[in-house]
Design a binder for this molecule. Structure first.
Ligand code: SF4
Ligand code: SF4
Length: 342
């Protein structure tokens, strides 16, 4: 049932296991260092990790429209451009004055108290003690099969590569109209006010083409440097690979907000949390992360996915073998990167 876009040979994909994310932001820093340390990119996080429940980055991105009205992909849903306050501007600190010139003041953002910024609500979560809960949601561009950003651009500057389905912005064709920013429901295209072009995650295409360290094929930097190695990278249509198995065979890896109808190629293993506890520590028969919240993020299929994972987990507990658990528990998915075109 997997769907590869017309005119695309193979589709690169990523599966992230949300049960393993510790919110360390190493991926964010890896991406920032490699791609967005240029002028005009200060506010951009092509990879960000947001706390859920939470407003995300840019703030309340899920309420800003974009995507498609239906699975026919004939009509796009109108979208808006997040404000600079929603992204949060880079804060200025007087390091020079305090550290070198001995100014007697506290190290704090210059120009008044900020009211919002990326990860402002980090670790806040929801629920009541002792059953409060949260989890981390790492996000990159989904390199969608039906990318509404591509359709939104009147100059065909945003395109999907034939060889691997990576979605890129042709910097020579782009005029900075920002229709793509409006059109992406995940708000994963950013406008660079210095170059006056739009930019986005490039799935580290030079690395997957073999121009990584040592001139070898490497997965995207966010996956390579993830401390818990929770990101599997490969081709969706590689039927022997773990991505195909998780997405298609076991159906436990799910796209974020499938109702946007862009058919993302980044998939998530949903989080399962311990049950709730009473104040005296007794186990209560209720889920800590409300199922309705997970359904909001991943659609109804999250129920079957969690059931399958639980069933396979119990199989292993009884001493049986589970291929699914073997894939999910692999402590070195780096060995499972399958980036050679098959
Ligand atoms: Fe385009 Fe947004 Fe999909 Fe990325 S996530 S391909 S920017 S619609
Ligand atoms: Fe999560 Fe890995 Fe990123 Fe750390 S590096 S925040 S564990 S995805």
């Amino acid at each position: 049932n997997i769907e590869i876009a017309d005119g695309v040979d193979h589709q690169v994909a990523m599966v992230m296991d949300l049960n393993k994310c510790i919110g360390c932001q190493t991926c964010t820093v890896a991406c920032k260092t490699l791609w967005t340390e240029r002028e005009g990119t200060e506010y951009m996080y092509w990879n960000n990790v947001e706390t859920r429940p939470g407003k995300g980055y840019p703030r309340n991105w899920e309420q800003k429209g974009g995507g498609w009205e239906s699975e026919e992909h004939t009509q796009r849903t109108p979208g808006e451009i997040p404000s600079s306050e929603d992204y949060g501007e880079a804060w200025e600190f007087d390091h020079e004055g305090i550290l070198k010139e001995g100014e007697d003041k506290k190290l704090a953002p210059e120009g008044g108290k900020p009211e919002w910024g990326p990860n402002w609500d980090e670790d806040q979560g929801a629920g009541e003690h002792p059953n409060s809960y949260y989890f981390y949601l790492p996000r990159i561009c989904n390199h969608c099969t039906h990318p509404s950003c591509v359709e939104a651009c009147p100059r065909q500057a945003v395109y999907k590569r034939e060889e691997d389905g990576v979605v890129l912005v042709d910097q020579d064709r782009c005029r900075g109209y920002r229709y793509c920013v409006e059109g992406c429901p995940y708000k994963k295209i950013y406008y660079n006010a210095v170059s006056k072009n739009s930019e986005k995650c490039v799935f580290c295409y030079p690395r997957i083409e073999g121009e990584g360290p040592d001139d070898e094929v490497h997965p995207p930097a966010c996956a390579d440097q993830c401390v818990t190695q929770l990101r599997l990278v490969g081709y969706l249509d590689d039927t022997d690979g773990p991505i195909y198995k998780l997405v298609e065979q076991y159906e436990v890896a799910l796209p974020l907000h499938p109702e946007y109808q862009t058919t993302p190629n980044v998939y998530y293993i949903p989080p399962f949390a311990p049950p709730q506890h009473s104040r005296d520590g007794e186990t209560v028969d209720a889920e800590r992360i409300p199922r309705s919240y997970l359904e909001q993020l991943f659609g109804d299929r999250v129920n079957d996915a969690l059931e399958t994972i639980e069933r396979e987990r119990q199989k292993v507990e009884r001493g049986g073998y589970s291929e699914l658990m073997e894939i999910l528990q692999d402590t070195n998915p780096a060995e499972q990167y399958r980036l050679e075109v098959f």
